[in-house]
Design a protein around this ligand. Structure first.
Ligand code: NAD
Length: 285
């Protein structure tokens, strides 16, 4: 392997330490940041994520309120809870763990979270603000990706960044954030004709596809920075990224591992957003 590893765990610890220092400064002014996490149903992966978020809050000096609701919760009941949390001045951030059960309209629920408490950065107002470069909560996964790229010391400005995937929560916002850093950005997706060639010209390659080993070694430009967002559970029960790590690491200059890469950074960025929300809501930003 020639690539240097971008250690998501170490960088996440650094970001969480920043959040903890900011939370302590707020506490000294009488404000304790608080994140409410709502979990509907019994999805095992979601349960793990929610436990992780509560643990992160504890480590950063942020209060957490985890509200677990049964699978049969109606949309009206969930919306009523979101309205209650929206009105609660002690709650600074509201996160509804996705995916929601099929009988609930995710969009309606996300839309019900007021923009100032939307620490996931998924609501239309936050997305719009990000698009035009106004202050907003940046979506945690893409913001974590950018922080990881910057941690390498490699410049983003003027580079060709290729993002594979165009979801609203990863691909599209990752492309926008890289554009805001003056990269020349190409978004690839399931209908892209010459995907391999485009990837091969990428100085920065962000893979957010959801297919294990999708990015093969021959798709990586020598010296590239490779960010693997994918989390795919293999038949072996282990987590695999979207990138063939061993082959890509032979070519890249920097690469993120899975696990231990983008995942921990996503969690850490949520802590930053929650502290930022508490500061903004209390006129202390
Ligand atoms: P998604 O399914 O919403 O989007 C996948 C995207 O990949 C789509 O835009 C689609 O066009 C594209 N795609 C699918 N097949 C393709 C192909 N053959 N060629 C080119 N593009 C193709 O998924 P998502 O929510 O964006 O998540 C992507 C991956 O990232 C998943 O593995 C998910 O688990 C992971 N993820 C990780 C984190 C984290 O914290 N590390 C956070 C969110 C998502």
């Amino acid at each position: 392997m020639q690539a240097k590893l971008i250690d998501g765990k170490a960088l996440a610890a650094q970001v969480k330490a920043e959040a903890a220092a900011e939370a302590a400064a707020l506490k000294a002014k009488g404000v304790t940041p608080c994140l409410a996490v709502v979990l509907v149903g019994e999805d095992p992966a979601s349960q793990v994520y929610v436990r992780g978020k509560a643990k992160d809050c504890g480590e950063c000096g942020i209060d957490s309120r985890v509200i677990r609701l049964p699978e049969a919760t109606t949309q009206a009941e969930l919306l009523a809870l979101v309205a209650e949390l929206a009105a609660d001045r002690a709650v600074n951030g509201i996160l509804v763990q996705l995916p929601l059960p099929a009988h609930i309209d995710e969009k309606a629920v996300i839309d019900a979270i007021p923009p100032e408490k939307d620490v996931d950065g998924f609501s239309p107002v936050n997305v719009g603000r990000m698009q035009i470069g106004e202050p907003c909560y940046l979506p945690c996964t893409p913001a974590g990706c950018v922080r990881m790229i910057e941690s390498t010391g490699a410049s983003i400005d003027g580079k060709h960044a290729v993002v594979i995937g165009r979801s609203n929560i990863v691909g599209k916002p990752a492309a926008l954030l890289l554009l805001a850093k003056n990269a020349t950005v190409t978004i690839c997706h399931s209908h892209t004709a010459n995907l391999k060639e485009l990837c091969r010209s990428a100085d920065i390659l962000v893979a957010a596809v959801g297919k294990a080993g999708f990015v093969t070694g021959d798709m990586v430009k020598p010296g590239a920075v490779v960010i693997d967002v994918g989390i795919n559970r293999g038949a072996d029960g282990k987590l695999h990224g979207d990138v063939d790590f061993a082959a890509a690491a032979e070519k890249a200059a920097f690469i993120t591992p899975v696990p231990g890469g983008v995942g921990p950074m996503t969690r850490a960025m949520l802590m930053k957003n929650t502290v930022q929300a508490a500061a903004l809501q209390n006129g202390l930003a």
